[in-house]
Design a protein around this ligand. Sequence first.
Ligand SMILES: Cc1ncc(COP(=O)(O)O)c(C=O)c1O
Length: 402
Amino acid sequence: MTIDPAAAISRRVAAISPSATLAVDAKAKALKAAGEPVIGFGAGEPDFATPDHIVAAAIAAAADPATHRYSPAAGLPALRSAIAGVTMVGGAEVDPAQVVVTNGGKHAIYNAMAVLLNPGDEVLLPAPYWTTYPEPIALAGGVPVVLPTDVAAGFKVTVDQLEAARTPATKALVFVSPSNPTGVVYTHDETVAIGHWALEHGIWVITDEIYEHLVFGSHTFTSMPVVVPELAGQTIIVNGVAKTFAMTGWRVGWLVAPKVMASAAANLQSHQTSNVCNIAQRAALAALEGGLDDVERMRGAFERRGQLMWSMLSGIDGVTCLEPQGAFYCFPDMRAHVGRTIAGRRVDSTVDLADVALEVAKVAVVPGEAFDAPGYVRMSFALADDDIAEGVQRFAELLGGD
Ligand SMILES: Cc1ncc(COP(=O)(O)O)c(C=O)c1O
């Protein structure tokens, strides 16, 4: 009897959508490799090299036999301490026992959902949201409850919206600020209001702080468990070195949770991946111990580039774009261009628009559908100023023609 391998894939895994952001990036890279002059606004990662002192620490670590063996599943003790030292909950630093080092922030999110959710538990997920979130929720048996927001609402969920979506099955809220994909940063007061709502109703908060250092202008990062300290017992913080230190490829992230939750996550991880690569952990330790000078240099460049992209996008007819407040994305509203014929092609969605942009203008953008926000596109400004100017110009010309 022959077996169809496709039919044998478990229902749980077959239900996972491929990552749309990685798909756009792969398509753009393939066209570029084939010699096309593609400008990629799709990638969600800094274009800078990892700072030298971090790379040097990794080289030294690779030569040290102590890194050649298994290490504790929850992370190297020195790294857990360093993470605890840079993480505040309430007015206090956290205990290293609350920290679990993971294979990137993405893995921290998986582990957080796995330790928190039982089948049927609902997780409130404000949209537009980073494309990965629904999958670990669903894999853990949870139910993502999407709360849409739009450009007119500044892409921010309100307490009224949260309250309207709350049911007896609501277990957690995903809170991400600065946000991927919108670049929006919640203010202190908005964060406090949402934190108090979660506290009042016994809702867990998974707060993704991975872009905490990338904020622009007068916008400041607010950590919910700092401004609502009473939330400490029902918060899981997700963070990592990827975006802050230009270390996306090193795969070091972490979660910070109440001790019992952290130890459950470490237990899970001990059977799942064991320790994160020791060399990468030592590099992450050097990053955390090395101060924020390099981070400030990169943040400054992102701020300048964000202004350039935003001002150019804002000059295009029918495009509304919020000024970026943090992270490294513009999220322009393209609804006025959906339903048009562009470069001789009918554009019925932002998926179509992204296809035309790539094929005709050789510009890669991620369609809003990837973030449950059709009608928008995400454009990363983590690339050189000249490329931003050239790419947005091509995009503008594409939209200007018919
Ligand atoms: C909001 C958000 N959280 C977490 C991550 C995960 O980062 P990593 O797994 O590279 O540490 C990303 C990456 O794109 C992100 O945008």
